[in-house]
Design a protein around this ligand. Sequence first.
Ligand SMILES: Cc1cc2nc3c(=O)[nH]c(=O)nc-3n(C[C@H](O)[C@H](O)[C@H](O)COP(=O)(O)O)c2cc1C
Length: 263
Amino acid sequence: MNILTIIGSPRKKGNTYQTVKELEEKMKKLGDYEFEYLYLKDSHLEDCRGCFSCISKGIEFCPLKDDLELIEEKMEEADGLILASPVYVMTVSALLKKFIDREAYLCHRPKYHGKKALVLSTTGGVGAKETMNYMEMVIKAWGYQTVDKCGIITAPWPATQNLKKKNNSILEKSAQKFSKSLKSVDNKKFDKIKVGFKDYLSFRIFQEISSDVKKYMPADYQFYQDKEYYQPAKIGILTRMLTVIILRVVFFIMRDMGPADGK
Ligand SMILES: Cc1cc2nc3c(=O)[nH]c(=O)nc-3n(C[C@H](O)[C@H](O)[C@H](O)COP(=O)(O)O)c2cc1C
């Protein structure tokens, strides 16, 4: 199986890379895994100009022509993703944030449902939890299921034996969880997934909004029209019924947010 690792650190062979390398070694003991490293530092990615075209009209209307499409192709081809970033001032690196901003449209029209991911962060001491929660939230919106969050402390001085042991055990557990999860996808590739209430509600909110504002968000409208869910799915009757009720409440609360000129 192919694992794409996106390294968000500006230090190509820094702590984040070294940590993913350790994880790679552990995973290779558990299965037949090929790792590809994609360094955002070496990728040609322009800063988002904020034109909103990717979100409203479609990614093909983005005026920036760079490596974004190539990165997306690699994400599409890979069986799993490792998204890795150092903690820089309590959040992801600027390089990773730039990439996330360029993929903003994926939060409206996700295309990686059914794919598994692991988020990894290295830190001098604090901020890994917040950083990884943010990364998980973003890639969930792109469709990924985050199997595990792997936070490793890499202080700027020699690590104690205890810290080394602790880091090793965190990496060991992450490797096992990720490997187990990737293997389960392989066995169930053609199964319909069972969708939980929260995920279905979120899908239906996007679907309803896209229909209400289709003049302003034609790409979303096209994407959500005629879809039952993002991927082949089993949606329980109770989930459907509860969603209808909650949708009414949500749209009542949001009644002032629609366009002034109607649909
Ligand atoms: C600009 C910058 C900001 C940082 N901010 C934090 C921080 O907020 N909290 C923390 O514990 N460590 C912080 N660190 C330490 C890094 O998170 C840590 O050294 C990390 O392992 C670096 O990974 P890298 O070598 O892949 O860049 C910071 C380091 C740099 C260079």
